[in-house]
Design a protein around this ligand. Sequence first.
Ligand SMILES: [Zn+2]
Length: 274
Amino acid sequence: MLILTPFLLWGEKKENSFEYSEYLLLKTVENPKEIDIKWIQIHANETEALKTMFWALERFGGSSYQVMNHKKWPQREIKDQIEGKRFYYDPNRIFSEKGINETLLFYNSIFFQKKKQAQKLKKKTADKLKKNQIFFLEKLDFNPEVYLIALHNNMNKTEFSLEKYLKKPYSLFYQVYQNENENPKNFFIVLEEKEFLFFKNRKENVIWLQTADEKMDDGSLGFYCKKNGFPYLNIETRFGDFEKQKKMVGDAVFFIYSQKIQKQIKRIKSLMFF
Ligand SMILES: [Zn+2]
């Protein structure tokens, strides 16, 4: 006989760790409370985003993914090696061949000289990252009905902000809404017009990737989702704006809920007025 305890009704957390290669670790926690959302923190150095993710998982439920270089936490880059040679890569740049090649060149310029031997090694390294990509995608197990929400922090020492997308070539592919009263380091990245309009109406900084043009393919999860039609939201928040990030998460959850309710209303209407 199945006995439902209140504990089960309110969700039961399940933790898993998947080690892949020597340094890459993917930790997942399932908390099937009331909402089906996947959360991910892919850059381990963005520690406030991790705090936000734990908070969101506790409050709304879903499942979370934490990516880390488990030998050197909280380092952003993942270290790996091939034929005894060390190399580094950004775990959020391995979701396309172009991204893999770019992240390898970015972090390992000396490693990839034009010599024939170096070229061979580069090919082997890229193949290894392709395997990491397959590992990630299998574990993330995308579902066209379930949103993946990526949580990031923008460090104060970097220039990165929404203003980057106001300039070419980004402005050719992204639509931008900027609220001048908000910090430009706090913004949503979205893939669909309905999402863009929702956050714009709430006067939140938001950028919308309109097409999956190869020029914008940086190998990130966001671009991968755009290319493959998976629901995805990215929340970028300045390091130090923890409360703001929590508020943005609340807005995102509200958006996802309201979409679900609208779908149900449509279904009921179709049953009533045929
Ligand atoms: Zn990040």
